[in-house]
Write a protein that binds this ligand. Structure first.
Ligand SMILES: O=C([O-])CC(=O)C(=O)O
Ligand SMILES: [Mg+2]
Length: 490
């Protein structure tokens, strides 16, 4: 200690840090943290254990209660004078904020108000979300979160979550240690390359892990402090963002190949080192070309889950099982046609096939034949097999080439039509009329989101089909299904 202090202070006589000594350095004001002794080379780290009180307590979202602090709390936590005299219960504060939020015309304004609340008074934020889930879920998550991510740079005020960029290569473990919480149970991580149906939003994808974890707390009961939203910034290929003066991420093209793999590997290793074996790492909104590979690569060494491949699939399968109670028949008796053969499409298709196989005891290869997928080049058929990405190959059945969705509907004659294409307005009137012409009760799931990317709206499907009992839903509107998904985590 003596020699360290001597070095730091650069004095000849032995120096020991004691209170008298501390009081004299820096001109009479006590140098509690040794700041006067810090040099460029050797910073002083003020390790302390502190109890939040007074001004700091009001600015700590985890403990702040706003005007709900009672007289006794105001006294014991040094809050006198820092708050106006009125004591306002949490219930009344909730009513006031809901009233204010309802005044906003634009969903994005409501989103910003909710994020402000999360950053200012976490308990009130979750109370609002839990008590008004139908109204606020589409604000905090899809569809509004999509627009928020697109404009994240412009609306950015305070950082949420942990940003790990290529600049932190070689130091990811240190970055994780900067996060204030130690007992993390769930990490939702994105690299921002496929944000909902909106594509590459780079670093601005942070809205997704933040929003999703807010739902896990509100609906799944996870402690907020156990949740860690992370965005890996490996660059972006979105030219508009690269040229946007308000963009908050690295201004470079995406890292690919070995550089990307090494960065991800460092991240995965550091997470396990810092939080242990049991931390759940949820991959969210990675592009197809990385999502399947990451899940396969880390499936045996880490507790991993890909929401877009596995989460959406479990929600949709539960939706179908519920729908069959209305529509009739077993899963095996239906024929499925997907528009979109990416993570969501192939993930759902595989889970349906697995469930049919479980129910009928038929081999999975046979069960897959009930399911057809259309991608941007048309129906996936065996003659296209060579050129298909690996995750599409199991769906290349024997059939002649079919170039578009309408022709595929007319030849395959599905009873279930599922949209996972990320392309808006692709379930056209003709498509809906066609499927309704040979099904008394077709099931139409238009899952792409946000709403601008939905294959059709529920209203369009009902209007065009003229079938009273048609079951139609779009992802932003099927919150009851999302709730089921959350229960799986909870
Ligand atoms: O968050 C959802 O429910 C849907 C989703 O993962 C996506 O579209 O990427
Ligand atoms: Mg997703």
């Amino acid at each position: 200690m003596e020699s360290t202090m001597k070095e730091i202070r650069g004095c000849d006589a032995p120096c020991v840090l004691d209170m008298d000594d501390a009081a004299t350095v820096g001109g009479g004001v006590e140098d509690t943290y040794g700041e006067d002794r810090a040099t460029e080379e050797q910073l002083v780290t003020p390790w302390t254990v502190s109890v939040a009180s007074g001004y700091n307590l009001l600015r700590d979202p985890r403990y702040n209660k706003g005007l709900a602090f009672n007289e006794r709390e105001r006294e014991t936590h040094y809050l006198r004078g820092l708050l106006p005299p009125a004591i306002v219960s949490q219930e009344l504060q909730e009513r006031k904020i809901m009233h204010n939020i309802r005044q906003y015309q634009l969903p994005l304004q409501k989103y910003m108000a909710m994020m402000d609340l999360q950053e200012g008074n976490e308990r009130l934020f979750y109370k609002l979300l839990i008590d008004n889930v139908e109204e606020l879920l589409p604000v905090v998550y899809t569809p509004t979160v999509g627009e928020a991510c697109q404009k994240y740079g412009s609306i950015f005020s305070r950082p949420q979550g942990l940003y790990i960029s290529l600049k932190e290569k070689g130091k990811i473990l240190e970055v994780l240690k900067n996060w204030p919480e130690r007992s993390i149970q769930v990490i939702v991580v994105t690299d921002g390359e496929r944000i909902l149906g909106l594509g590459d939003l780079g670093c601005q994808g942070m809205g997704i892990p933040v929003g999703k974890l807010a739902l896990y707390t509100a609906l799944g009961g996870l402690r907020p402090s156990a949740c860690l939203p992370i965005t890996l910034d490996v660059g972006t290929n979105n030219e508009e963002l690269l040229n946007d003066e308000f963009y908050i991420g690295l201004r470079q093209k995406r890292a690919t190949g070995q550089e990307y793999a090494d960065f991800l590997h460092e991240f995965m290793t550091a997470v396990k080192q810092n939080y242990g074996e049991k931390v759940l790492i949820q991959f969210e909104d990675f592009a197809n070309h990385n999502a399947f590979e990451l899940l396969a690569r880390y499936g045996t060494t880490h507790l991993v889950f890909n929401d877009d491949i596995q989460g959406t699939a479990s929600v949709v399968l539960s939706g179908l099982v519920a729908a069959l109670k209305l529509v009739g028949g077993t899963l095996a008796e239906h024929t499925y046609l997907f528009l979109g053969a990416g993570e969501a499409g192939t993930g759902i298709a595989e889970l349906i096939a697995l469930e049919i196989s479980r129910q009928t005891k038929a081999p999975i290869e046979e069960c897959r034949k009930k399911i057809w997928l259309v991608d941007s080049k048309g129906l996936i058929v065996s003659s296209r097999k060579e050129s298909l990405q690996h995750f599409k190959k199991p769906w290349a059945h024997e059939h002649e080439l079919v170039g578009n969705l309408l022709d595929a509907v007319n030849t395959i004659k599905p009873s279930v039509l599922i949209g996972t294409s990320g392309k808006g307005q692709t379930f056209t009137q003709e498509v809906v009329e066609s499927i309704s012409s040979f099904n008394e009760r077709p099931i139409i799931l238009s899952l792409s989101n946000p709403t601008s990317q939905s294959e059709c709206t529920a209203e369009q499907a009902y209007t065009w089909s003229k079938v009273w009992s048609l079951l139609s839903t779009t992802l932003p509107f099927c919150q009851n299904l999302l709730f089921l998904q959350l229960q799986c985590y909870g």
